[in-house]
Structures are given as C-alpha cells and as structure tokens.
Write a protein that binds this ligand. Structure first.
Ligand code: TYM
Length: 347
C-alpha cells in the first residue's frame, strides 16, 4: 500500500483553502492508503509564537482534523514535535541542500517580503524540514494545495540527492496529490490572491466561522476591480464592467467568487449564475447571498463538531499519544536505515 504524508502548520484556524486544498483529500485518502497526517508545529516556530499561542494553535488544528472526519483508527494523526526523529533527518538533509536553491524558493522570497525583520535560518531551511516530514515515512503521495508544489519538487531533489550520494535507492519520489485533475488553489474573498490565514481580515472563511460571520464576510467581498472613490470613478467602473461583460471577461474579484462557488455549490447553481453573468443580468447581491448559504451548508457538519471535540481533552490526549507512538515507529525504522546508509557505526 502506498504511503501518504501531509501536514498543516499550526498557525490558527483552518480556512476553506486548507479544507479544499488538503483536508478534504486527507479524509478520502485514509480509506485507501497508509496515511500520516500531522500538525506542523515545528514549522510554525519561524514566526516565534508565545508558548500559550503555540499550544492553543496545535489544539485547534487537531480538533479541526477530527471534526473534518479524519479517523485516528484509520490514519495516523500526530504532532510533529512529538516525533523528534524528524529533526534528526532534517539535519542530515541540511548537509545536502544548498543556499542558492533555498534562496530561490518562492515561499522564502514571499516571507522575506512579508517579515523582513525576521529572516531566520529556519525560514531558509523550511523546505528541508518539510522534505524530512515526507521522506521520514518514505511517502509517495502528498495531498496539498497548489502553493506547495515547489516544496514537493524540492523534497524530490533532496531525496534523490541523498540516494545518489550514498548510491542507495532508498527514498522514493513524493508527488503532490489531489483527487481533482489539478492541484487546488482557493482564492481569498478580496480577489487579490489565495485564501490565507495571514492575508488580512475578511480574506478567509474559517471552518469554525458562524453562519452570520460567513454571511457578513461574503457580503462585503468585492465584486469590482477598481476602487470607486469618486463619481467619475464610478462611471468608469460601469464602463469597464460593460466591456468585461461584452467580452465575457470577469474581473479578478468576480472570478474569485465564481471559483469559490465552483467548489461549494452544485453545478446547477453555478450554471445559473454563469448564465446570468453572460447575459449581463447578474445581481451580485443575490449571487453572494447564494454563495454564503452554500458555504454555510458545506461547512455545517464540521462546524457543528468542532465545539464538542474541543471540550473533550482526554480524547485529544488519547488521539495524539496513540498517533505519536505509531508515527515514531515508522520514523525510527527509517532513521535506523538512514544512519546505517550514512555510515554511523557503534564501537
Ligand atoms: P499550510 O499550513 O500553509 O497549508 C496547509 C495546507 O492547506 C493548503 N492551502 C491551500 N490550498 C488551496 N487553496 C488555498 N488558498 C490554500 N491555502 C492553504 C496548502 O497547500 C497545504 O496543503 N509547508 C506546509 C505544511 C507542511 C507540509 C509538510 C505539508 C509541513 N510539512 C509535509 C505536506 C507535507 C504549509 O505551510 O502548509
């Protein structure tokens, strides 16, 4: 049976991007593969969380994994920091990863821009730690969203390099996986890019958001592409909108909302609004109302379970302890082999 590994950083509540890009696939894959799903708390240290926030965020992801339907009897669910073998493998892989390639990583460049005051070595070697997560269980399939594709390519590079260096076909090649044809990229509500935890208030819809909060967020999502500060700006906006409709080109903000509708609504609903759009008769108020209701329905089963699971501390303890034992068993097997391959021998 093929092995699957994936994780989510513990940096807050999970949003629709995390769900449709990753967790939804985790839930499906647990029935067919040997699955390891973890909470990437070591990765979250790059932004220096307080001890209290760190713990709370780990709990949040664990609760939401379970609420979304990951079954600890089927998949191994664990907290990354409870499997110290990963940091050892990370060290070995670091000997074999180079400054140039790490600096070229798109996520590193994004982070330098986002937090120029905190460009630490952990940030630079983030893809190496991620490779260690994956290679540690010798996984071949990694369910992730589109934004992680380059990291997967780096994981293959590091694994292959290790194999070549020691002339040993040890690590298989891991590939990003999605049940859909392409890797998923869920846009944010602001129409400016992907949905993310740190992209600003109102950009993300969280799985734990109440129906009212969801309605409010979707209602205030933009449908135009230019700010309409002046009345002449408004006129221009209307002209642009006419041209767009004539050529059937949606503004990025409208396209984002349609992309969201594609994942949460049924095809008749989507077709209906596509038709309205093409006809130039779409009313964005109705469109957004429908979108909000469909998001509420899609997330209801998860939302309803979050609170109950969060209260059950002893269950969370039991799940994470059991997961850590199983994950360490797999990790220790790999580490034993890796140490032997590298040439560590006891006197
Ligand atoms: P993270 O925590 O940023 O995101 C977790 C998962 O959610 C997906 N995702 C999205 N998918 C579609 N649209 C979006 N807007 C969107 N936003 C987030 C991500 O692609 C990811 O699958 N480096 C990883 C965590 C990690 C990991 C690993 C993943 C550490 N080690 C090993 C896989 C295997 C990260 O920061 O994901």
């Amino acid at each position: 049976m093929e092995t699957v590994v994936s994780g989510i950083r513990s940096t807050g509540k999970l949003h629709l991007g995390n769900y449709y890009g990753a967790v939804q696939n985790f839930v499906k894959m647990q029935h067919e593969y040997n699955c390891f799903f973890f909470i990437a708390d070591l990765h979250s240290l790059t932004t220096h969380p307080t001890p209290a926030d760190l713990h709370q965020n780990v709990k949040q992801v664990l609760v939401e994994y379970l609420a979304a339907g990951i079954d600890p009897e089927k998949a191994t669910i664990y907290i990354q920091s409870e499997v110290p073998e990963v940091t050892e493998l990370y060290l070995y892989l670091n000997m074999n990863s180079y400054l140039g390639e790490l600096e070229r990583s798109a996520s590193f460049k994004d982070k330098i821009r986002a937090q120029p005051e905190n460009v630490n070595a952990g940030l630079l070697t983030y893809p190496v730690l991620m490779a260690a997560d994956i290679l540690m269980h010798r996984a071949t399939k990694v369910p992730v969203g589109k934004d992680q594709e380059q990291h997967l390519e780096m994981a293959r590079t590091f694994g292959n390099r290790f194999n070549r260096l020691y002339q040993h076909e040890y690590f298989p090649e891991p590939y990003a996986f999605s049940f859909s044809e392409n890797l998923v990229k869920i846009p944010g509500l602001d129409g400016k890019g992907k949905m993310g935890k740190s992209e600003g208030e109102g950009n993300a819809v969280f799985l734990s958001d109440s129906p009212d909060v969801i309605r409010k967020k979707v209602k205030s999502a933009r449908t135009d592409s230019l700010p309409t500060i002046t009345s002449s700006g408004e006129e221009m906006q209307k002209e642009i909108e006419k041209v767009r409709i004539a050529f059937k080109i949606k503004s990025p903000a409208v396209q984002s909302l349609f992309d969201l509708m594609k994942v949460v609504s049924n095809s008749q609903t989507l077709d209906y609004f596509e038709y309205q759009y093409k006809n130039g008769t779409i009313r964005y108020g109705d469109f957004k109302k429908q979108l909000a209701e469909d998001i509420i329905i899609a997330t209801a089963p998860i939302r309803e379970r979050i609170e109950d699971i969060a209260k059950n501390e002893s269950y969370l303890r039991q799940v994470s302890r059991f997961g850590a034992v199983k994950a360490r068993e797999s990790a220790q097997k790999t580490l034993k082999d890796v140490r032997e391959i590298i040439g560590f021998k006891r006197f």
